[in-house]
Design a protein around this ligand. Sequence first.
Ligand code: G1P
Length: 277
Amino acid sequence: MVTKCVFPVAGYGTRFLPATKAMPKEMLPIVNKPLVQYGVEEAVEAGMRDICFVTGRGKRAIEDHFDVSFELETQIAGSGKEAALEGIRSLMEQASFSYTRQNEMKGLGHAILVSRRLVGDEPFGVVLADDLCLNPGGDGVLAQMARLHAQFRCSIVAVMEVPQAEIGAYGVIAGEAISDDLIRVTDMVEKPDPAQAPSNLAVIGRYLLTPDIFGLIESTEAGKNGEIQLTDALRSQAQQGCVMAYKFKGRRFDCGSVPGFMEATNHCYETFFKADA
Ligand code: G1P
């Protein structure tokens, strides 16, 4: 059973300036719920109740969000407004939240390595909160991946097909198909030149990692953009052991970009908010 989930949230969110000047990008709301809450809900639904944030300066609002707001809650106690806090209150009851700081911005691989003491020697999930994944009526993407991990006991990355023009923004896999939705990874490249991409299968921000990844990250040199890339450590893991790529069921919105963020906002407004109002 995978119980821990790491949320690297130290990044700056420059694409959303000035909104993210004093506010973490993970707190940007999709309608009335911050992005990071969607990710934590997905983790808890998958049974990952130990939420480990790899955080940084200027990210205190995330800690406050997953805590009691005494003044606010006293003020609205007994009024109809309390109902709006039910979702976050129940989430807080179901999970525990730990925080560690990444004090140097050295890439996603480095952020994961910073979580090592919190995670220990266990398999764990990773959520990049920028990627909003929804699968209404079915299991969330992390729950789907946890099921596969129970079967294969190896690292799993979630992948989707993307057009060639966009492939250079992602980690890209090559591998051998095992079934319609499962590929055994043989190679991985971080943000390739589109003409040289090994496939059209892009890794999205959901991972289930076995703890040997930490040692592999330690021996990974800086790669693309001078950063320690998780993709490079996963390539070593795929070549020495086993990494599976999973074509998940559901829909993923790239909320790290303004068009993706708008699409997610419109979708959630139509699907959840308007329906409830
Ligand atoms: C990160 C990873 C990349 C992955 C992407 C998914 O990149 O490095 O491999 O495909 O997340 O969203 P970033 O978008 O942080 O540059």
